[in-house]
Ligand binder design. Structure first.
Ligand code: IPM
Ligand code: MN
Length: 373
């Protein structure tokens, strides 16, 4: 057959739009973790169907029970397994029969470090209908985001002990800051502030302690000033961490985006979590922003073992985390819809965000969010 004849053959068009499929690891974890993760997954699956993508879920039984049975919270190749996923969805870790530190180190810190999840992203948003302990503050006042560095500082494990248990005992636990580590975090925060595009003004506040940590936080300060020059549309500000704690309580409306070091970020995000209504609603992401990086999303609540199996724990934080996951994998419309549905349920349905006082069971809250999508 010559070329001209070939061109005359009718061409069959198979117009099949490829459905995006995301590989997601679900790590229910300990205590009430699996219960809240189940509701997050319920919402993920519902929105995926409506928005025409699919979630290829792999459930992993890592955590405290596995540790008690096998001596290992996760398999030896666990981090390599996680790297194969587009995202990880974590319920909670923390088991009453496992000494503190073991699960945190292997399931949280090792994952953050091993997968280079160098951003800990904590949106602090008071949803409608949610009670804040701050007098006279409402959803318009409490809406900011903390970008916490997630791989350095006192978390890096540098240090040691001499003469342990004797009167001469010496203990060091060193904060390590690198130019690369703070620069990539600060740059992410500027990009985030730009993209968030707060109608009240784009403002990034560096929170540190430059008056005392005159070496390590000077590195942060100088890097912040330098990177700021690349983002002239973002207003910059600086707070010492102690002052920041006062302002978060007194004038939370002042903040748009905060960027801070790992240890300070740990503390101010719990403070912030309380003003947004507590652990039943607060969610966070451990993010590797690089192309192909795997990020992990979690409700902040912890495993709350005493409520395990009772169906009373609040899954809003987990659903909130699922929404953040959707945003990260690029399904921003789906993420938006999940947030809207959450706000409908907190604003119109729930009596309280506290376990056992919601007016609904854990799974009923998941159903309500799905209904509201
Ligand atoms: C958090 C937690 C962890 C941290 C603990 C459990 C290691 O408090 O995610 O904020 O300190 O980072
Ligand atoms: Mn913390």
């Amino acid at each position: 057959m010559d070329d001209s004849a070939a061109q005359l053959l009718p061409i069959q068009h198979h117009q099949v739009t490829p459905i995006m499929s995301y590989k997601i690891a679900v790590l229910g974890g300990d205590g009430t973790g699996p219960e809240v993760a189940r509701e997050g997954v319920k919402v993920l699956e519902a929105i995926a169907q409506q928005e025409n993508f699919s979630c290829d879920l792999t459930h992993l039984d890592w955590g405290g029970d596995r540790y008690l049975k096998t001596g290992e919270p996760l398999p030896a190749d666990g981090l390599d397994q996680l790297r194969q996923f587009d995202a990880v969805f974590l319920g909670a870790i923390g088991h009453p029969d496992v000494a503190p530190g073991i699960l945190e180190r292997s399931l949280l810190l090792d994952v953050r470090f091993g997968l280079d999840q160098y951003i800990n992203l904590r949106p602090v948003k008071l949803f409608p209908g949610v009670e804040t302990p701050l007098k006279d503050k409402g959803p318009d006042d409490i809406d900011f985001v903390v970008v916490r560095e997630n791989t350095e500082d006192m978390y890096c494990g540098a240090g040691g002990v001499m003469h342990k248990g004797t009167p001469r005992e010496v203990a060091t636990q060193t904060a390590i800051y690198t130019r690369k580590g703070c620069e990539r975090c600060i740059r992410y925060a500027f990009e985030y502030t730009q993209k968030r595009n707060n109608p009240k003004g784009k403002r990034l506040t560096l929170v540190a302690k430059t008056n005392v940590l005159t070496v390590g936080h000077d590195l942060w300060w100088r890097t912040f000033q330098e990177v700021a020059e690349e983002y002239p549309d973002v207003e910059t500000d600086y707070n010492h961490v102690d002052a920041c704690c006062m302002w978060i309580v007194k004038n939370p409306e002042f903040y748009d985006v905060i960027v801070t070091t790992n240890m300070f970020g740990d503390i101010i995000t719990d403070l912030s979590g309380m003003i947004q209504g507590g652990m039943g609603v607060a969610a966070g992401g451990n993010i590797n922003p690089e192309e192909g990086g795997t990020s992990m999303f979690e409700p902040m609540g912890g495993s709350a073992p005493k409520y395990t199996g009772k169906g009373v724990i609040n899954p809003i934080a987990a659903i909130n985390a699922a929404g953040m996951l959707l945003d990260r994998i690029g399904e921003s419309k789906a993420a938006d819809r999940v947030m809207q549905a959450i706000m409908h349920v907190t604003g119109e349905k729930m009596q309280s965000q506290n376990a056992g006082k919601m007016g609904y069971s854990t799974s009923e809250i998941g159903d309500l969010v799905v209904e509201a999508l």
